[in-house]
Design a protein around this ligand. Structure first.
Ligand code: NAP
Length: 512
């Protein structure tokens, strides 16, 4: 069995003991082990700050962008192999594996382009300069410079390649070295990507470190110039935020946590219209893609009561086209849950949800999820969403959704979505401009992204589940309160904004 290594202080190293075992979720077979026990993580962070930071800061944005472009190409050159590894360790079908691997290379390439546009500079001007007093000679200008620490990237199990790449792209372009720590249970694809990155020789010495295995005492060694960017459950986010050293050193923490994303169907909707078909198509995709194990997947749908039965009928047909089972069997269009131990958690949440909702499609699995932790799509209907707290609070991280009625009023729909306490994304389906405007302004404070589904985008829409590098990813409240990507905005987390005051000619001469 493969023993995974970490890459620290520019060298591969292995922890002591057996560590954790990684599995093939389609067969239950063990495929690798990973241990970080005994590794000197404090020394690894020091080395990255000292060596990696210095070298990255000496590069211009254009040079850092070029590095990202070349990294994207180097990883893409191993695409077929990575897709296989992804299916082996995360249980994703070929199509779902592409979603992760191509998402990684696409995001690196997109940030490569941003670096090219930013050109031959090593820091950023933030906005226009301004007069600061009565005399125009006294001038002010904001600048952004890379932090002098390490960006610690802790990722969730469901996107072992994209998760690492989207964070790394922003840090590297900002000029900050990275330590990537993927979720241990599915880190085989991340490990192979790590090997490719190291073999490519594209990253300067110390710019990139990789931790295969549990986080150990890593956070005990953070300093005030470090950043922790985390993706995972709300519980772990809370633990990181309340870590003694994080608090003591005021370390920046960005959290992307779980979220009960919603869809709202407008009162103007006609069954069988282009917009209705778009709604059914996108909801089906959100439930089945990666077997519903996406942070952006839709969990709650609000629609006029009269449309609920039509939605159930349409979903029965569309979901029947997604047989679930082993990801090694190409006739299956949904793989098992990526982490076998998640099976019991998802079943438990489904049981709790079914106490306040009726099951309209599918059934809660009765087995124990071995050897293949398959869950068929489940659609529930809840007739009283205002008095059903669980549906707005519990995330079943699998192919499950709950349909709920509302009156057709935009304000009421906004209030129902808000019961989820903050989401990554909400989607509405309507061709009524007034309803769309009213609802958008209700949804925007509670969601990091809002997709306006209409007949005008019935063809080009990528749906709510796809995160684009040019638009922000993150959401308020329960969704973690974080913000990633969004083009150049994604670098803000890794840069210090500094207000410079002084003589206008001096400032203009220094800053250019
Ligand atoms: P998790 O259990 O919170 O683990 C996430 C990461 O945190 C893993 O790398 C884990 O390492 C690490 N970790 C665990 N304990 C830690 C600690 N005390 N200090 C620092 N790091 C620690 O989450 P998961 O089960 O992998 O992911 C599923 C959840 O993530 C779902 O709820 C989903 O909604 C959410 N998610 C959110 C987004 C988003 O962008 N908002 C994206 C994907 C997933 P080990 O694996 O070594 O334990």
């Amino acid at each position: 069995m493969q023993e995974l290594k970490s890459f620290l202080q520019n060298d591969w190293c292995t922890g002591t003991g057996t560590g954790n075992t990684l599995h093939d979720p389609s067969t239950g077979e063990a495929v690798a082990t990973a241990s970080t026990a005994g590794l000197d993580l404090g020394a690894a962070l020091d080395y990255a700050r000292r060596e990696g930071g210095k070298r990255l800061r000496a590069m211009t944005f254009a040079e850092r962008g070029e590095m990202l472009t070349e990294l994207s190409k180097a990883i893409h050159a191993h695409r077929a192999e990575l897709l296989e590894i992804s299916t082996l360790n995360t249980g994703t079908t070929l199509k779902d594996s592409k979603f992760d691997i191509d998402g990684a290379t696409g995001t690196l390439a997109a940030y490569g382009d941003i670096g090219k546009e930013l050109g031959d500079r090593t820091f950023l001007l933030d906005g226009e300069g301004m007069q600061c007093g009565r005399s125009p000679r006294f001038h002010g200008q904001h600048i952004q410079v890379p932090l002098r620490g390490v960006a610690i990237h802790i990722n969730a199990f469901n996107f072992p390649a994209w998760g690492f790449a989207e964070k790394l792209a922003c840090s590297f372009l900002a000029g900050v070295p990275v330590l990537t720590k993927p979720a241990t249970s599915t880190c085989l694809p991340s490990y192979r990507v790590a090997q490719i990155v190291v073999e490519s020789g594209l990253c300067p010495d110390g710019a990139w470190s990789f931790l295969a295995g549990s986080v150990g005492d890593l956070l005990d060694h953070v300093t005030s110039q470090d950043v922790v960017a985390f993706t995972g459950s709300a519980n772990t986010a809370r633990r990181i935020r309340s870590h003694e050293q994080i608090i003591a050193k005021s370390v920046r923490v960005n959290a992307e946590a779980d979220s009960l994303n919603a869809m709202v169907v407008g009162p103007d909707m006609k069954v069988g219209s282009d917009t209705w078909d778009l709604f059914i198509r996108e909801l089906t995709r959100e439930m089945t893609q990666k077997s519903g194990q996406k942070c952006t997947a839709t969990r709650r749908v609000f629609l006029p009561e009269a449309l609920i039965e039509s939605a159930v009928e349409a979903l029965k047909d569309s979901l029947a086209e997604f047989p679930a089972g082993s990801a090694h069997d190409e006739s299956n269009r949904m793989g098992p849950l990526s982490v076998p131990s998640q099976f019991a958690d998802v079943v438990d949440v489904l049981k709790q949800l079914s106490a306040e909702s009726e099951i309209a499609i599918g059934s809660i699995p009765t087995g124990n999820g071995t050897p293949c932790a398959t869950i068929e799509p489940i659609v529930m209907v809840n007739r009283d969403p205002k008095n059903s707290p669980l549906v707005h609070d519990l995330e079943a991280f699998g192919p499950a959704v709950t349909l709920m009625p509302y009156s057709g009023d935009a304000i009421e729909a906004g209030e129902l979505v808000a019961l989820g306490n903050g989401c990554l994304v909400a989607t509405m389906y309507s061709d009524d401009i007034k309803f769309t405007q009213d609802l958008l302004l209700e949804l925007a404070p509670w969601n990091g992204r809002v997709l306006l589904g209409s007949k005008r985008i019935a063809d080009p829409s990528t749906g709510p589940g796809i995160v684009l590098p040019s638009l922000i990813h993150g959401g308020p409240g329960r969704a973690g309160g974080g913000l990633e990507l969004g083009g150049q905005r994604g670098m803000n987390l890794y840069m210090q904004t500094c207000a410079v005051q002084g003589s206008r000619p001096v400032i203009e001469k220094i800053l250019g």
